[in-house]
Design a protein around this ligand. Structure first.
Ligand SMILES: Cc1cc2nc3c(=O)[nH]c(=O)nc-3n(C[C@H](O)[C@H](O)[C@H](O)COP(=O)(O)OP(=O)(O)OC[C@H]3O[C@@H](n4cnc5c(N)ncnc54)[C@H](O)[C@@H]3O)c2cc1C
Length: 412
């Protein structure tokens, strides 16, 4: 993809990621008269698509009800509600299928290309852009952007050591989490929600989970600050991970950032059991005559708690038999099982999926068109906005949706 000699464009898309490509393709396919250019600062487009989903690209999620779908976005759900009625996962599936790419759904509803290769997605997007007449200029990074008094935008871009001017009637910013570009966005009148990490594991150093790395519990309820999440949890070398923890980290991203990643996590290892129902089960275990001479530590009262974990949670009782457990010990155990408190002392990284929240303030963007409410003819799509989803294909889906809407609106 060579350097473009032309300096005046109808549409310039800044950022050759999934949001930028989707917008550019939609725009050029809808209005073939428009000259559309993508500028990309690195030496290849779609870098994150290629490394995503462990090289398989988790394209979207098989959730087709917009009201349900928005529940997977700790930030941006409200704004995306209407947007998903216009372009949602069912449309993403069709979009790729119409271009020869079949998606498959896994047991947890994550969707991947049938080839299990992210290259299939990148190739499809690149081919669709070429076919639609979209031009791509690599190694070109936006440095400055200003509104022309007569309309349109005047840009300054860097290619290697050199700076060049470009002109465009409409400008779409799709630069993902790039912090430098967010400064340029501020210069165009927008405010930015400051970036903080989202989707991380909790560092917990506690003797109750010490040495249990790899032990998983199918359904726990977690409480932290005013937030609650349920789902599977995994004990790791450094603390706690698994879907319930990751979701909690995403919803609590800003609170935990402000608290310097120190907080108290309350764990109900029994999912939805209340204290009194846990006590009843413990009492039945004590009363069951066959149990009287069996060690508490060797005989979990709840099948969902793995034996190794049970052993450590009941350690405070000592080497007693079920028949010898006191009322006070039983109550303390029920409390431990339904509301055990753990100190979060920091955050870890979930695989390599480093996700941040923050970005362009959503109140400043019209989500029917993705156009700025502050600067006409300026559009946004993708992660540059203050939107983030939990893991599972939701982040790409918001890029497809906002990109498609922006491209449609720019095409007129
Ligand atoms: C390791 C990893 C794995 C992931 N896996 C998944 C997954 O499987 N499923 C999922 O839904 N989400 C996943 N995500 C999140 C997903 O990749 C992002 O949400 C998505 O890429 C955002 O798309 P975007 O187009 O907004 O931004 P990006 O993909 O970040 O693209 C922005 C582009 O703009 C370019 N750019 C930035 N500044 C400038 C500038 N000034 N001038 C020119 N170009 C510029 C960048 O080089 C980049 O190519 C993953 C993220 C990571 C890091």
């Amino acid at each position: 993809m060579s350097k473009q000699t032309q300096s005046n464009w109808d549409v310039i898309v800044v950022g050759g990621g999934p949001a930028g490509f989707f917008a550019a393709i939609r725009c050029a396919e809808s209005n073939s008269k428009l000259r559309v250019l993508i500028i990309e600062k690195s030496s290849q487009t779609l870098g994150k698509v290629l490394i995503s989903g462990g090289g398989r690209c988790n394209v979207t999620h098989a959730c087709f009800d917009p009201a349900q779908l928005v529940g997977f976005y700790p930030r941006g759900g409200l704004a995306l509600r209407g947007a998903f009625t216009r372009f949602q996962p069912a449309d993403t599936i069709k979009w790729f299928e119409n271009r020869g790419v079949k998606l498959k759904t896994e047991a947890d509803n994550r969707m991947f290309p049938a080839t299990d290769s992210s290259l299939t997605i990148a190739d499809c997007l690149r081919e669709a852009a070429t076919n639609a007449g979209v031009k791509v200029q690599l190694g070109t990074s936006l440095q400055k952007a200003g509104k022309n008094p007569t309309g349109g935008f005047k840009l300054e871009v860097r290619e290697g050591a050199e700076l060049f001017p470009l002109q465009t009637k409409k400008l779409l910013i799709a630069t993902g989490s790039d912090l430098k570009t967010r400064e340029i966005v501020k210069s165009l009148g927008h405010s930015i929600e400051e970036p903080v990490p989202s989707l991380f594991t909790f560092n917990v150093n506690d003797k109750r989970i010490d040495g249990l790395a790899g032990v998983a519990v199918e359904n726990v309820t977690l409480k932290m600050e005013s937030l609650t999440q349920t789902g599977p949890m995994l004990i790791t070398h450094w603390g706690l991970s698994g879907p319930a923890v990751l979701r909690l980290s995403a919803w609590g991203a800003r609170i935990l950032f402000e608290k310097k990643y120190r907080s108290t996590l309350t764990v109900n290892w029994l999912g939805d059991y209340r204290l009194d129902s846990a006590l009843e089960v413990l009492q039945r275990n004590k009363d069951w005559h066959e149990n009287a001479r069996k060690k508490i530590a060797a005989q979990p009262a709840f099948s969902q708690i793995p034996v190794r974990l049970w052993k450590q949670l009941t350690q405070f009782i000592g080497d007693k038999n079920w028949g010898d457990i006191s009322k006070a010990e039983m109550r303390k155990l029920a409390e431990e099982l339904t509301a055990g408190e753990f100190a979060i002392k920091g955050k870890g990284i979930f695989k390599d999926e480093f996700v941040t929240c923050g970005g362009v303030n959503l109140n400043e963007v019209d989500f029917k068109t993705m156009q700025s409410r502050i600067t006409p003819d300026l559009f946004f799509a993708g992660e540059v906005l203050d939107i983030d989803g939990i893991t599972g294909g939701f982040n790409f889906q918001s890029s497809w949706t906002t990109g498609w809407l922006a491209g449609s609106a720019i095409a007129g």
